[in-house]
Write a protein that binds this ligand. Structure first.
Ligand code: T4K
Length: 363
């Protein structure tokens, strides 16, 4: 079976070395030395400051929301967040869990990101925050989004779950917004089994979030505010340190697969239009098919050959009933119905790629 994703499993001896240290110290969680080491190493690797590690990317969104205070109701009514309907469910469900109403704005038909030109028109007196997603790692129109936020005094939290290592105009994309959140789930290029992070613009927000993820405590027995347990453990950090050590090989292998697909499909299918000022993280390879029927046929044809594909991200979030009733976002609904993600991971060999490419082309 060729799976759509496959976690990078780092050198076992290296991981054992970290586990030996954990056994010797007997320190398993609560901001241990490996969590601190991974924090420092990720800050250097990504080119960011003020990075906080957490239990997963969904908690990262929720803690960022809480830290920036954008969940506080206004005039007795829930706060609103302007966000994209084309994303994984976690983007919008994290807002709902924090009591925030998602207000969906349609996507650009080529970049598949929130269309910045519609954002200003969606601002209401209830709006507190804009939550765009760098979909499949493709950088949003950050300057335009920032301009709207400044004009209306809104916060911006980028869901950067797919944008690990992506640069924009030569600097980390994660430095845009009041906060950017990451997912380190096993299926991601960089992972800690389960895990996530927030990159804050301001040091004071990082300090506040450090308390929030530790039950709101500033010191043992002193609770300064409402918190939660969202900490990363030492075992997860150990995996992260090992994966980070091998990141160059991992990314090179992913890039090779991505480029083979790009050569094979670039003329035949509509592909995501990449932001020309941004680098690539090689997280996903989405194809935009002509129709949903063509997608279903392709998916089935590949499945019978033992090739797994995924409909990331289907359905369009404006149609998900647990998120409430929302006006239909035409472009997102149409795009979500036609996008199929192909297997993309470092263990794909040439024979796998040839099989996948032939399977998609139906030859
Ligand atoms: N925001 C955005 C924009 C996101 O995309 C996500 C998550 C989040 C926020 C939230 O971050 P987290 O709270 O998850 O950190 C996956 C991931 O669970 C999820 O992290 C990810 N986005 C989402 C797009 O995809 P599934 O449902 O595809 O995972 P699953 O278990 O079906 O795995 C797919 C295939 O990968 C398996 O069939 C085989 C292979 N696999 C998977 C795992 C877990 C393995 O070979 N080994 C494994 O351990 O959700």
């Amino acid at each position: 079976m060729i799976t759509v994703a496959k976690p990078w499993l780092p050198n076992r001896d290296a991981l054992d070395g970290y586990l030996d240290g954990i056994y010797e110290r007997g320190w398993l969680t609560n901001n241990g030395p490996l969590v601190q080491e991974l924090t420092r190493r990720l800050q250097a690797w990504l080119g960011v400051e003020h990075l906080l590690l957490l239990g997963n990317g969904t908690l990262a969104l929720q803690v960022a929301i809480r830290t920036l205070g954008v969940d506080v109701p206004l005039n007795g009514k829930p706060a609103e967040a302007i966000t994209t309907p084309f994303s994984f469910i976690a983007t919008a469900s994290a807002l709902k869990w924090k009591g925030i109403e998602p207000v969906f704005v349609d996507i650009d038909p080529h970049s598949w990101n929130l269309d910045a030109q519609y954002v200003a028109a969606a601002v209401t007196p209830q709006t507190r925050v804009i939550v765009p997603v760098h979909v499949f790692g493709n950088a949003c129109e950050v300057e335009q989004i920032q301009a709207v936020a400044q004009q209306h005094r809104l916060k911006v939290i980028y869901d950067a779950a797919h944008a690990f290592g992506v640069d924009y105009r030569g600097q980390s994309l994660l430095n845009w917004g009041d906060a950017a959140t990451l997912s380190f789930h096993a299926t991601k290029a960089f992972h800690t089994v389960e895990g996530g992070a927030i990159v804050f613009k301001r040091a004071e927000d990082l300090q506040r979030a450090e308390q929030i993820i530790n039950f709101g405590q500033s010191s043992p027995g002193r609770v300064d505010e409402l918190g939660i347990n969202a900490k990363m453990s030492e075992l997860h950090a150990a995996m992260g340190l090992c994966v980070l050590d091998e990141m160059d090989a991992n990314l090179a292998a992913r890039q090779r697969v991505w480029e083979a697909y790009h050569r094979a499909f670039g003329q035949q299918f509509a592909l995501q239009r990449w932001n020309p000022s941004a680098s690539h993280g090689y997280t996903y390879f989405p194809l935009l098919l002509d129709s949903e029927q063509q997608l279903l046929d392709t998916m089935h044809r590949l499945a019978v050959q033992g090739i797994q594909t995924r409909r990331y991200f289907y359905p369009s979030l404006d149609t998900v009933t647990s998120l409430g009733k929302h006006p239909a976002q035409r472009i997102s609904i149409d795009t979500a119905a036609r996008i199929l993600c192909l297997p993309l991971h470092a263990e794909l060999v040439d024979a796998d790629m040839l099989k996948i490419i032939a399977g998609v082309k139906g030859v």
